[in-house]
Design a protein around this ligand. Structure first.
Ligand code: NAD
Length: 463
C-alpha cells in the first residue's frame, strides 16, 4: 500500500489521529517506518496502457516542450506524432527529439486539422495546446469538433464567454479536456488536500495564500516578456494566479460566491527609471552594474531564463546570440521603459459559499518563489511553503511536519501529464483532477477579481 492510499483512507486516518500522539508519528517518520518513501504518490487507477497515446503538440515553446518531454521519459505511455509552431527552431527541435516526419510538422495550428499526405483524417488520439494565452480557444474548439482529447494550457481562455464555449464544446463532444493546473498534481498540495479532507484541521475557517513571483521572474515574464500587457496576453490574475484561485477553491471545497480585488502597477514604469538609465541595458546605462534587472547580468553573465533565445546545443555559440537578443528583442529593454500594464502587486479577498474566507496576495517584490499557505481550521492549523508544511493539532498540541524537495512547479508538470495520458488511454476523465468542468471555477474567480480591480466593486462569482 502506498502512503497515498494510506492517507486517502480517511477512516483509517481519522482513527489514527484519534489515537494517542505517541502512536502518531510525523508523516516523514511514518513513511520511513512503513518503507513507503519510494512510492508515495502512485495512483492505483493507473494501468499499463495497451499502446502509447499519440499526441500532437500545438505550441512548441517552453511549456509545450516540458509536456512533450514526458514522451521521452515514458515512451510506452505517450508518443508525440506531430508538432505545430511558427518558430522553425522550436518545430525542428521537437521533430528531431520525437522523430516526427516533415509532413507532420506545421507552422500554424490550423495545419494540424487540415487533411494532407501523412495526416489524413483523425491521425492522433489527442492534442496538447500550449500556444500563447489568446490562442487557446480556436485550436481547442477545432480539436473537440474533430474528436480529439485535449490537454489545454491555462488560462483556458482570456474571457468568460470563451471559457464557457470550451466547456460546452467539451461536454457536447464527450471528449476529455484537461487544464494544466499543475499545482494540483504536486505532492505538496495533494498532501495538504488529503489532510484537510481527512478532517485533520477540523473545518477550514479561513486561508491566507501568498504567491511570491520573485522580482526577476516578474521582470522577465510580466514586464519584458510576452505576458506584460493584459490585452495581448491575459490579466495577471488569470495568466499567473488562476493556479492560486484553483488551489484555494480545491482546498476549501466550496464554490466561491464573492470576490474583491485591489492591485496596480507601482514600480515598473518610466517615472521610476533611475537617472542615467537608457532604453536598453546595452546602451551604456550608467546604473546597469547595480540594477537588479540588468539584462546583461540576468541573461548574459548569469545565463538565466535563456529559453526565450532559442539557443543551439553548442554552448560556445551562446554569447553572441544572447548579446544580439539583448540588442534586438524586448529582453534587452529597460524594465522602466516598457509598455507593460500588469499589476506588480495585487490582493484579492474571496468569500466561499460555505463561509470560508481567503486572502490572496500576488507579489513581485520578493527574493523567493514558492507559494506560502496558512490554513486556519477549527481544530488545527497548517503553515506551508510548497516544500514543507507543519500541521498543529489543537486537540493535542502536537506538531506534524511534511517536506519534499521538488522543482519550481512542485513536481507537478509530469505528474499532471501522466494523469492526463492515463485518462486519455483509459478514456476515463475521472483520472484527472483538473478537467475543464472543474478548472472553469478558478477562471470565473479570476475574471470576477479582475473586474473588481478595474471597477472597484465587489463581484459575485456566477457559476
Ligand atoms: N501551467 C503553467 O504552470 C504555465 C506556466 C507558464 C505558462 N503557461 C501558459 O502556457 C502557454 C504557453 O506558454 P509558454 O511559456 O510555453 O510560451 P512560449 O512563448 O514559450 O510558447 C508558446 C509557443 O506557441 C507558439 N505559437 C504561436 N502562435 C502559434 C500558432 N499559430 N500555432 C502554433 N503555435 C503557435 C509560439 O511560437 C511559441 O513557441 C501560455 O498560455 C502560458 O500562459 C502555463
Amino acid at each position: 500500500m502506498s502512503l497515498r492510499q494510506f492517507i486517502l483512507a480517511r477512516a483509517v486516518l481519522r482513527t489514527l489521529s484519534a489515537l494517542k500522539h505517541s502512536i502518531v508519528y510525523s508523516w516523514d517518520e511514518a513513511a520511513r517506518i512503513l518503507g513507503l518513501q519510494e512510492d508515495l504518490y502512485t495512483n492505483p487507477l493507473h494501468h499499463e496502457l495497451e499502446r502509447p497515446v499519440n499526441v500532437i503538440l500545438i505550441g512548441a515553446g517552453h511549456r509545450g516542450s516540458i509536456y512533450a518531454d514526458y514522451a521521452t521519459k515514458s515512451p510506452r505511455e505517450m508518443r508525440v506524432v506531430g508538432v505545430a509552431d511558427p518558430n522553425p527552431k522550436r518545430r525542428a527541435r521537437i521533430a528531431a527529439v520525437h522523430g516526427i516526419p516533415p509532413e507532420r510538422c506545421f507552422s500554424d495550428w490550423k495545419g494540424v486539422f487540415e487533411p494532407g499526405p501523412g495526416h489524413e483524417g483523425h491521425w492522433a488520439d489527442a492534442v496538447i495546446i500550449a500556444t500563447p494565452d489568446r490562442l487557446h480557444t480556436a485550436p481547442c474548439l477545432r480539436a473537440l469538433e474533430l474528436g480529439y482529447d485535449v490537454l489545454l494550457e491555462k488560462p483556458a481562455a482570456p474571457t468568460e464567454a470563451e471559457c464557457r464555449q470550451i466547456l460546452a464544446a467539451a461536454q457536447a463532444s464527450g471528449r476529455i479536456v484537461g487544464v494544466c493546473h499543475v499545482l494540483r498534481y504536486t505532492p505538496y498540495f495533494r498532501e495538504l488536500k488529503a489532510l484537510i479532507d481527512a478532517g485533520m484541521v477540523g473545518q477550514i475557517i479561513s486561508v491566507q495564500h501568498l504567491e511570491p513571483i520573485e522580482h526577476v521572474h516578474m521582470s522577465h515574464s510580466y514586464v519584458r516578456g510576452n505576458w506584460r500587457k493584459s490585452d495581448s496576453a491575459t490579466p495577471i490574475i488569470l495568466a499567473k494566479s488562476c493556479h492560486d484561485t484553483d488551489i484555494l477553491r480545491w482546498l476549501v471545497d466550496s464554490p466561491a460566491s464573492e470576490v474583491h480585488c485591489y492591485g496596480n502597477l507601482k514600480w515598473f514604469k518610466e517615472a521610476n527609471a533611475p537617472e542615467g538609465s537608457t532604453a536598453r541595458c546595452t546602451d551604456g546605462c550608467r546604473v546597469e552594474p547595480e540594477c537588479p534587472y540588468s539584462a546583461l547580468q540576468i541573461y548574459y553573465r548569469d545565463r538565466k531564463r535563456l529559453y526565450v533565445f532559442d539557443l543551439p546545443e553548442d554552448e560556445s555559440k551562446w554569447g553572441p546570440i544572447i548579446m544580439q537578443g539583448l540588442n534586438t528583442t524586448d529582453y534587452g529593454r529597460c524594465v522602466y521603459r516598457m509598455d507593460n500594464d500588469q499589476p506588480d502587486h495585487l490582493t484579492a479577498n474571496i468569500l466561499f459559499a460555505n463561509g470560508v474566507t481567503a486572502g490572496f496576495s500576488m507579489e513581485a517584490f520578493v527574493s523567493y518563489e514558492g507559494r506560502r499557505t496558512r490554513i486556519m481550521g477549527s481544530m488545527g492549523d497548517i503553515v506551508g511553503d510548497m516544500e514543507s508544511f507543519t500541521l498543529t493539532s489543537f486537540k493535542d498540541g502536537k506538531r506534524r511536519s511534511w517536506s519534499m524537495k521538488t522543482d519550481a512547479h512542485g513536481g507537478g508538470d509530469h505528474r499532471m501529464v501522466k494523469d492526463w495520458v492515463q485518462a486519455v488511454g483509459q478514456q476515463n476523465p475521472a483520472l484527472l483532477s483538473s478537467p475543464i468542468e472543474v478548472s472553469m471555477e478558478s477562471h470565473l474567480i479570476a475574471y470576477a477579481a479582475e473586474k473588481s480591480r478595474l471597477q472597484r466593486t465587489i463581484e459575485t462569482v456566477h457559476l
